[in-house]
Design a protein around this ligand. Structure first.
Ligand code: NDP
Length: 288
């Protein structure tokens, strides 16, 4: 039986790293320093620690200096605010990001507002979200930008197509819907209150799942020949007690219906890190 072609985010991310590395080598003599990224982590969430480590490894690979700091869970808002203000002033630092989620006592949105929008490597500051809505140049949120870059790489035309985004978070669903709209797709956003999700998703030429529920999207919900993008990252444990990562899409059944599909891992997650580094290098180039 025919199966869908994989959209290989890992391979594309590697290509992007090579390009970024070359770009940095070219710019560095003029600028007189390497680009810098500060990843701030609070507490000991193991998934967050793994993400932070991935980001710092990728930085080292391309030649971005890491100014990351790790804080204990009980760190106060005002301490973090001071750290962000110092990084805003620090000329070696082009990108600042706060790894989410934060411990409950910290207001993540209020902290995000403290970041200089021109150093907002995650593209989540309201000014950058506003620039996206206005189609102005600016730092774009990494996960949705990674999805768009992946579509572009495989020459998947979104113009005039029906795109359905399941999930409406400010981190993924909303900005991605905006980017698809900017690329001239006809966009539907579905969420937990949507009636009859399968009818909505079956209409999609391009279907994106950004929900956080393993196996939510089954083959019956997918139009034959559709492009299926799985943003979800869920850790599941099998009967033998072994844990692994899966997306929101039931990969085994959907790959028999779709034309293109992203794997988990190795799809959108890899692209997210690549876009973070690309944003940092973009800020670096803008600051000269
Ligand atoms: P959120 O929990 O913030 O948002 C989930 C969205 O899914 C909400 O809009 C919610 O609707 C909707 N939803 C929940 N249940 C259903 C349902 N049964 N049917 C339809 N919609 C539903 O999650 P995020 O957007 O932050 O993340 C989504 C997933 O993507 C997670 O698995 C996360 O781990 C992953 N992720 C992956 C990244 C990557 O790099 N690949 C980066 C960021 C996240 P409502 O608004 O009504 O509550």
């Amino acid at each position: 039986a025919k199966t869908a072609q994989l959209l290989d985010g890992k391979a594309l991310a590697e290509q992007i790293y090579t390009q970024l590395q070359q770009q940095i080598q070219q710019m560095q003599p003029t600028v007189g320093r390497a680009p810098g990224l500060a990843v701030l982590m609070v507490g000991d969430n193991p998934a967050s620690a793994a993400y932070v480590q991935n980001k710092e490894r990728a930085c080292a690979k391309v030649g971005i200096a890491s100014y990351g700091q790790h804080f204990p869970t009980e760190t106060s808002f005002s301490e973090l605010e001071k750290v962000i203000q110092a990084l805003n002033q620090d000329d070696r630092v082009d990108g600042i990001l706060v790894q989410l989620p934060l411990p409950d006592h910290l207001d993540a949105v209020a902290l995000l507002h403290q970041i200089n929008p021109d150093k907002d490597a995650d593209g989540l500051h309201p000014l950058n979200l506003g620039r996206l809505v206005r189609s102005e140049p600016g730092l774009r949120s990494c996960t949705p930008a990674g999805v768009m870059r992946l579509l572009q790489e495989y020459k998947i035309d979104v113009k005039g197509k029906q795109a359905v985004v399941v999930g409406r978070s400010i981190l993924v669903g909303k900005p991605l819907a905006m980017m698809l709209l900017e690329a001239d797709a006809t966009v539907t956003i579905a969420h937990s209150r949507s009636h009859d999700l399968p009818t909505i998703t079956r209409n999609a030429d391009i279907l994106v799942a950004a929900v956080g529920r393993p196996g939510l999207i089954t083959a019956e919900m997918v139009k034959p020949g559709a492009v299926v993008i799985d943003v979800g990252i869920n850790r599941v444990t099998n009967d033998a007690g072994k844990s692994r990562l899966v997306g929101d899409v039931d990969f085994d059944s959907v790959q028999r219906v779709a034309q293109f599909i992203t794997p988990v891992p190795g799809g959108v997650g890899a692209m997210t890190v690549a876009m973070l580094l690309q944003n940092t290098v973009w800020s670096y180039s803008q600051r000269q």
